[in-house]
Design a protein around this ligand. Structure first.
Ligand code: UT7
Length: 338
């Protein structure tokens, strides 16, 4: 029997129109463009302003973009995994809402909460479904409306996050391409350094939880930073080594976009040049599960079949990981007229 591998065959995305820049933020909290640019590297982030709309609003548009560009029909999709920590509701899954709105019927669908590593965690699950032959067309969509859980009076977190969604189509191949390896880890001992305390079963929503601001992101930035720098770099270097990829042979590092300094530190440990790293944090901020596919979407036309690509992330949990992909197609095929 031929060896079946999973490969990404297209990328779609949706970014809300409204832009919240550092200048506007500096009128809301005691911060400055200079502090944000030098400590994090963010200039602006997009915010979903539509009343009563959640992450699925963006997820629907990212998935629709994917279907439009590939010509794949909704009824051909076997599975949709939505990576999110900001689901529209506690239940049903945001994946179910996205499926309904784009017309995907009878496919399996569920959400995965891997926080900022959510896209990598979900891509790994999609890969296994494809490799076993159980599914043929799987969509992994990262969608996070971080503005729904950010306290815009807290300068230590509100400057960091943005809203977006991006999706990939994963299909089987027997060629020597695709998702080749991944290292995905977690350490629950880190759970108190980055979390949202209220709204779950431990502290259901009440006047008290609202007064105590328990429905907002809490982060001990320094501790998270320290762990992010070492964990993300460790797994990225490990995955390079065990797949015998030299720094020169790596086409792209696609890092989670939480802080430019974390990205730079990872690239340095991998001994790769800045030109080998996808960085768009300046324009979107940290969009949690959407950062990595959003980079793939922006860089798609520059990607070539056979490119060695490493995706890497670190986030709440703590969760972290790296995935090695031999890219499956020339991105130019979707960008002919540009
Ligand atoms: O994606 C999920 C994983 N998350 C991450 O990877 C984030 C990891 N952490 C970080 O990226 C950084 O820790 C932050 C960007 C969150 C903070 O940067 P930092 O260099 O660690 O700053 P800090 O927390 O040590 O704060 C330094 C100073 C403090 O003032 P004092 O105590 O020195 O007087 C803060 O109050 O900067 C102050 N500060 C700010 N000043 C202006 C904190 N936030 C701001 C702000 N504007 N927005």
């Amino acid at each position: 029997m031929e060896n079946i591998r999973a490969t990404i065959t297209a990328v779609g995305a949706y970014v809300p129109e409204y832009i919240l820049d550092n200048h506007e933020l500096s009128k809301m909290v005691d911060t400055s463009n200079e502090w944000i640019m030098s400590r994090v590297g963010i200039k602006e982030r997009h915010i979903l302003k539509e009343e009563g709309e959640g992450s699925s609003f963006m997820g629907v548009r990212a998935v629709q973009d994917l279907l439009d560009k590939t010509g794949v029909k909704p009824e051909e999709i076997d599975l949709v995994i939505c990576a999110t920590i900001t689901p529209d509701h506690a239940f049903p899954a945001t994946a179910n809402i996205i499926c309904d709105k784009v017309g995907i019927r009878n496919a399996q669908g569920f959400d995965m909460n891997g926080a900022c590593s959510g896209f990598l965690y979900s891509l790994d699950v999609a890969t296994k479904f494809i490799e076993t032959g159980s599914k043929k067309k799987v969509i992994v969509v990262g969608a996070d409306k971080m503005s729904s859980i950010v306290d815009y009076t807290d300068r230590t977190t509100c400057v960091l996050f943005g809203d977006a969604s991006a999706a990939v189509l994963v299909e089987p191949t027997t060629e020597d391409i695709g998702i080749k390896d991944s290292i995905l880890e977690s350490d629950g001992a880190g759970r108190h350094f980055l979390y949202m305390k209220g709204g779950g079963s431990a502290y259901p929503s009440s006047h008290e939880t609202i007064d105590a601001k328990m429905h907002y992101v809490y982060q001990d930035g320094k501790t998270v930073f320290k762990h992010a720098v070492s964990r993300m770099a460790d797994v990225s270097v490990d995955i390079m080594k065990r797949n015998n990829i030299s720094p020169e042979e790596l086409a792209w590092l696609v890092p989670h976009q939480a802080n430019l300094r974390i990205i730079d530190a990872t690239a340095k440990r991998m001994e790769i040049k800045k030109e080998q790293v996808m960085i768009n944090i300046e324009r979107y901020g940290n969009t949690t599960a959407a950062t990595i596919p959003l980079c793939l979407w922006e860089w798609e036309k520059q990607l070539n079949k056979g490119d060695n690509i490493i995706l890497a992330a670190f986030g709440a949990g703590f969760t972290w990981g790296a995935t090695y992909i031999k890219w499956g197609y020339d991105g130019s095929k979707y960008h002919k007229e540009e």
